[in-house]
Design a protein around this ligand. Structure first.
Ligand code: GLP
Length: 238
């Protein structure tokens, strides 16, 4: 387990992008979290591509999670965030991206299709995850099941209240769909990011506490190739 602590959010974004760039290889399956934390890193990656340092369009992509009931038109949906912050500016061809459709009435089908996308590419090669305020990873909430593959989950109260920052209003979201942590754990390389003083207590639990499903980020402590990328504020209690 490696821990990188940066001076601030800008340095976190720059160094995380540099790390990601090492793994953007033709036909590697990449899984990026949405959320606010990686937004600066996406900008850096797009800038690196425009300087011709990397080719982001040669990889495959799997969207980590989605709010059930939200689609591409909805402010704060993972697909809208990712399209605006990354898939669009990075000009990723549509056929290289698989995301959960939060509007599909059949979530089991969404899970099966994502599992098939992942397994037919030999599993996830690289994943960059954000640590949520309650230690969640994607929508692997505290107490997350050991179930392999993808699943839907009842959202934790913390997630529901934090979610308002993405939507700009109160939305009655109750359920998420996610790639399960077991599939993420099978990735060859895992990066977990956190930024800001608000995350410091959960970052401490994730790195220093017991490895437990109660803090899903802590499950990655024992991964063979995991890096926690933190800015100084998020690392303040380590
Ligand atoms: C959200 C998303 C995750 C994200 C995490 C952290 O609820 N489901 O994909 O990584 O929580 O988000 P943020 O980076 O905004 O703190």
């Amino acid at each position: 387990m490696e821990t990188v602590i940066t001076a601030d959010y800008d340095e976190l974004s720059r160094l995380s992008a540099k790390k990601v760039a090492e793994y953007i290889k033709p036909d590697t399956l990449i899984c990026f979290a949405a959320g606010d934390t990686p937004l600066g890193m996406f900008k850096e990656l797009v800038a690196m591509q425009s300087r011709k340092e990397i080719d982001l369009s040669a990889a495959w992509y799997a969207g980590l999670d989605e709010w059930v009931g939200l689609g591409p038109q909805d402010e704060g949906s993972c697909i809208k965030v990712m399209t605006e912050a990354f898939y669009g500016p990075a000009r990723i061809p549509k056929e290289r991206i698989r995301v959960f459709d939060g509007l599909d009435p059949d979530m089991d089908r969404q899970c099966r299709e994502m599992e098939c996308w992942i397994s037919s590419r030999g599993g996830i090669g690289f994943t960059l995850l954000g640590i949520g305020m309650n230690g969640h990873i994607g929508f692997n909430e505290p107490g997350t099941p050991e179930t392999p593959g993808c699943f839907t989950v009842a959202l934790d109260d913390t997630t529901k209240s934090v979610s308002q920052k993405y939507f700009g209003k109160v939305l009655p979201v109750t359920t998420g769909i996610t790639i399960g942590w077991q599939s993420l754990y099978e990735a060859r390389t895992v990066v977990l990011m956190a930024s800001g003083a608000g995350k410091a207590p959960i970052v401490r639990e994730s790195l220093k506490g017991p490895s437990s499903v109660d803090v899903p980020a802590s499950l990655f402590q024992k991964h063979d190739d995991v890096t926690f990328m933190l800015d100084k504020a998020a690392a303040a209690l380590l």
